[in-house]
Write a protein that binds this ligand. Sequence first.
Ligand code: APR
Length: 316
Amino acid sequence: MRRAKISVIGAGNVGATCAHWAASKELGDVVLLDIPDKEGVAQGKALDLFCCAPMERFDANVHGTADYADTANSDVVIVTAGLPRKPGMSRDDLIGTNVKIVRSVAEQVATHSPDAIMILVSNPLDAMVYTAWKASGFPTNQIVGQAGCLDVARYRAFLAMKLGCSVEDISALLLGGHGDDMVPLPRYTSVHGIPIQQLLPEAEITECVERAKVGGGEIVKLMGTSAYYAPASGSVQMAEAIIKDKKRILPCAAYCDSEYGVGGYFVGVPCILGSGGVEKVIEIDLDATERPLMDESISHVKDLVATVKEMFPDLA
Ligand code: APR
């Protein structure tokens, strides 16, 4: 049986950490690509990581490069290329630079790995997913954005910290855009099946939701650059679901048309992820409090996409 192949575009903090998790989980062979100026960095990190294999006992080749030919026929491509946030910046401030980068990356991916599922991580995520879709010409099931896995993991981590219980037992769901735009869903949050409302007062649940919303910003303030362990972990969780055809239900930025009344945009929704990429968008009932928040989130995604179209008419 052929080993799966995962290419990670961008060998910076998020990209290198994706390569680390993917190799250590033996998801397949890993190619880490960066721009020609940083080829040495990609090669050095790949070599350093491969030298862990005898100790961590994983069988996965890790190759660093600046040549897209080395990424040919990847099963999954994780796109982390682009600028990260600095203190005081919003994700949206990155739009101009990162659209240009992600557009060129997506074109190369489409040429060299036409059947790959592309997982976008670069920010502002909701605009990058649209850009990659347009630039690659891929069908919508092959394009998916990582935001929900991270946001929900942060929410679960903060709830576990409050409850003093294992994160493993917390099951939760969030919808909508990345970060500030997320739609909290305490109604769909439980701790080993026990509704969260029975374990925590509403104010404390809200505190966890609000902290998850700005969780990325909290880390930017502390470190001076954006987070990478958890964003990479979320991306590799998605890659694993695809490569192993696990049919996992994960919150992802996926194309929705009639779903949630979105009308043809990528927004954060629960999806079934398997070898076909986004195999199904799952629609859940939203109540009178949740629906307006979802609408607001969708409207922000639409504004971001409109900005992309205005700045880059060829992507319209
Ligand atoms: N092709 C390939 N790699 C590129 C390109 C390109 N066209 N342009 C930039 N890169 C590379 C950079 O050279 C750098 O090595 O992308 C890498 C980005 O790494 P970091 O600066 O460390 O940024 P990181 O923290 O990894 O964040 C990357 O992910 O979570 C998001 O908001 C974050 O948009 C940011 C992205």
